[in-house]
Design a protein around this ligand. Structure first.
Ligand code: ADP
Length: 383
């Protein structure tokens, strides 16, 4: 909660497939100054109850500031958008005891983005390795532009003017894909741990590079030897090689271990990933245990994370470029919590746009990238 005496009068929530994003306005209770501050907070959608409890506390404070327990709670303005505004509609109203105004998710996204672009200094920036975070000051001629919102899934929106937009594409290979697959493939327990792993990793241990195929670069078509030819393309061959080496050295080969494990699985009928530990009752098996201990799988969680982050980001960057070509748009804004200010993500997206457009188009990022929808809903009813 904000500091003890601040009063909240206006709350907006954007409940997506992965995260619930909350934006609320607070001002000092006895302040004579106009204005206040916008606060940002997010919860996992799975923990929506914690989020609602947080909102209930904000409401209680509002009531107290307005003289007691009985409402003017109806004056507290609660806006909701995203799929969860429908899924949890009854629950929110019940827990908070106030009416909830629902708003269209795509419309909120662009209202939020327009506000950030036009009104907030030091919010929008470009990114490159040489020049990280170059802020772009609010300016004219913002339309038309492409908004690429990378949440659990990805939406591509063509925006032609204020509140004038069309969803022109989407892909299901988005933030939820990275979050999900890395939870299967690495020991990481949170999204931020995955990003930390990615920062440390070396994708060339996992990815097949142009250099792995050509032994050099392929200059004629503009491919450097470090260009990724196939994400995860090295894995099968490296894994088989390591298995063969393990068998040759007389150890219990990977296949034997797998067989051994599968037999014991059939006995108790539980379907779990194969594991090396004999002592299976001791702890819940994780695929990551298997991978880190098995000599026949020489892949680190960090390398895997880096590779998958590149795969997802490159793919989105490429689609974004193609969409911008089809619709004649040269400004491309990237939003959604997937980005999370992560250097490799932004660099990959930015590089993809610059590379494919031969420098003609520009990728833009936002400091509050995850809160476009929540801010848009907030602005639909100004305090
Ligand atoms: P949605 O509205 O679909 O929930 P968001 O814009 O909130 O989409 O982005 C969700 C994605 O952001 C996740 O799938 C994941 O890739 C990433 N992400 C960022 N921070 C977190 C976090 N703390 N927990 C889970 N995922 C996170």
């Amino acid at each position: 909660l904000p500091n003890h005496t601040a009063v909240v009068s206006h709350i907006a929530i954007d409940i997506g497939g992965s995260l619930a994003k909350l934006v609320y306005f607070s001002r000092e209770a006895h302040s004579t100054e106009p204005g206040g501050r916008l606060n940002f907070q997010s919860f996992e959608t799975d923990h929506i109850d914690d989020c609602l409890e947080f909102m209930r506390k904000l409401k209680r404070r509002y009531q107290r500031a307005n003289g007691g327990n009985s409402p003017p709670a109806s004056d507290l303005c609660v806006m909701a958008t995203g799929g969860g505004a429908y899924k949890f509609y009854d629950k929110i109203r019940e827990v908070l005891g106030v009416d909830v105004l629902r708003e269209d998710e795509m419309e909120c996204l662009i209202i939020g983005l327009d506000f950030f672009i036009n009104e907030i200094p030091r919010e929008v920036f470009t990114y490159s390795e040489e020049h990280p975070m170059q802020f772009v000051e609010p300016g004219n001629n913002v339309y038309p532009y492409l908004l690429v919102n990378i949440g659990s899934g990805v939406s591509f929106l063509k925006v032609s003017g204020p509140r004038e937009y069309e969803r022109v594409g989407g892909t299901s290979l988005g933030g939820g894909t990275l979050w999900g697959l890395l939870s299967l493939l690495t020991g990481a327990r949170t999204f931020d741990e995955m990003l930390d792993l990615a920062s440390e990793g070396d994708n060339s241990n996992v990815d097949m590079l142009v250099g792995d195929i050509y032994g050099t670069d392929y200059g004629k078509i503009g491919l450097k030897s470090t260009t990724i030819a196939s994400s995860f393309g090295k894995v099968f061959r490296k894994k088989r090689q390591a298995e063969n080496e393990a068998e040759d050295s007389g150890g219990l080969g990977h296949k034997d271990q797998l067989h051994h494990r599968q037999q014991s699985q059939t006995n108790n009928g539980v379907h779990t990933p194969p594991l090396l530990d004999e002592d299976m009752e001791q702890h819940e098996p994780q695929l990551s245990d298997f991978m880190s201990k098995d000599p026949s799988r020489p892949f680190s969680s960090a390398d895997i994370s880096r590779s998958l982050l590149y795969a997802i980001s490159n793919n989105i960057g490429q689609i974004a470029y193609l969409q911008s070509q089809i619709h004649g748009l040269s400004h491309i804004y990237f939003g959604g919590s997937f980005i999370r200010g992560h250097p490799q993500t932004m660099n990959t997206l930015s590089y993809a746009i610059k590379f494919w457009s031969k420098g003609a188009k520009q990728a833009y990022f936002l400091r509050h990238e995850g809160y476009l929808g929540a801010v848009g809903a907030f602005l639909k009813r100004q305090p």
